[in-house]
Design a binder for this molecule. Structure first.
Ligand code: PHE
Length: 338
């Protein structure tokens, strides 16, 4: 019996099969109820005890070998199925669609780059703010309409917690924690309780700039803004400053840039030849003192612009809502710009 088992082991070792039915046939032939191995075990029972030890070892070895063969052949078959997809390596590759930056991100980055050239650093602050940083420190009198429920999303009263309506709040935080010279811009999302229309939205993005040092003058402000306008809108761009009012700047101004229609008049500039771009002014001495900066030693200028508006002027976008709808037909138009 020992020799017979050794013979079978030799044969089984050579077994290989590459289809399901052959493997199954092999399994039944050896391991099935009436298969070779159960039959051998029956015979084994009747062996004289002296032979049992060696034959028993061999028999178990055979049984294990058959089981391993079955398992391995099944695995090989499964692997073959998994990797045998019909491959035609000569086919052209499928097109990879590359996403693009959102126009707001692109414009924000361009503006940041321009001010970085002038040495402005970037500062950020929280979107959920307190009354002090959004209004009080910025010289807003208690009865100022901007504090009104119509403009501001209040989260809680007493303490007054609200969604910031401008990123001037970040400038307050910077002035409170650093001493001049300060030269920083604060990009960020702001919120105002406005009716959503083609021209206004309750969420938009701003970049505000602040420069505080000894002897900072209105001429510095004008130079800085002119540099920005020429870099962003083109070398031939002209700027003009009109008097305006903000509680935190004195004097305050609004800057227009010349329209690309070159004074011929177009829909974009409403036939005026000028486009309103940003608000600016000299930091009110009260604001400096509130932020623990000595106004008799330091002066500063500040400006703030809406990124949506700047992007709208550059790309002639006629509806501010498009920025927030994420319609690929809109976004696709900016692929490859930067
Ligand atoms: N914070 C102003 C706004 O949101 C913009 C501004 C900033 C104006 C700095 C002047 C100086 O409209």
């Amino acid at each position: 019996m020992k020799d017979r088992i050794e013979d079978i082991i030799k044969k089984v070792s050579q077994f290989s099969a590459d289809n399901q039915s052959e493997i199954e046939k092999f399994r039944i032939q050896f391991l099935g109820k009436k298969g070779i191995i159960p039959e051998l075990f029956k015979e084994f029972k009747n062996l004289p005890p002296a032979e049992k030890k060696v034959t028993g070892i061999l028999l178990n070895e055979l049984k294990k070998l058959v089981q391993d063969k079955v398992d391995l052949s099944k695995k090989k078959l499964a692997d073959k199925r998994k990797f045998s997809i019909n491959l035609d390596l000569t086919l052209p590759a499928s097109q990879i669609i590359i996403g693009s930056r959102h126009p707001i991100s692109m414009v924000r980055r361009e503006i940041i780059d321009i001010f970085s050239k002038l040495g402005f650093t970037i500062s950020q602050g929280p979107e959920i703010e307190d009354d002090w940083h959004v209004f009080s420190a910025l010289n807003f009198p208690p009865e100022h309409p901007a504090r009104d429920m119509q403009d501001t999303f209040f989260i809680s009263k007493d303490p007054d917690i609200l969604l910031r309506t401008h990123t001037s709040s970040v400038q307050v935080r910077v002035m409170e924690t650093t001493s001049p010279p300060i030269r920083t811009i604060s990009p960020g999302r702001v919120f105002r309780n406005e009716v959503i229309s083609a021209r206004s939205h309750c969420i938009f993005h701003q970049i505000e700039g602040l420069y505080v040092d000894e002897n900072v003058s209105f001429a510095d402000l004008k130079q800085t803004l002119e540099f920005f306008a020429k870099e962003y809108f083109g070398e031939e761009t002209k700027i003009r400053l009109r008097p305006s009012f903000f509680p935190f700047t004195e004097p305050s101004g609004e800057m227009d840039v010349s329209c690309s229609c070159k004074g011929r008049g177009c829909k974009l500039c409403k036939y005026t030849g000028w486009l309103e771009v940003l608000g600016c002014g000299m930091v009110d001495p009260n604001v400096l003192s509130e932020c623990n900066i000595d106004p008799s030693k330091y002066t500063g200028f500040a400006f703030g612009l809406g990124i949506e508006r700047i992007a709208l002027l550059k790309y002639h976008i006629n509806d501010i809502r498009l920025y927030f709808e994420n319609d690929v037909r809109f976004l696709n138009q900016f692929t490859g710009i930067i």
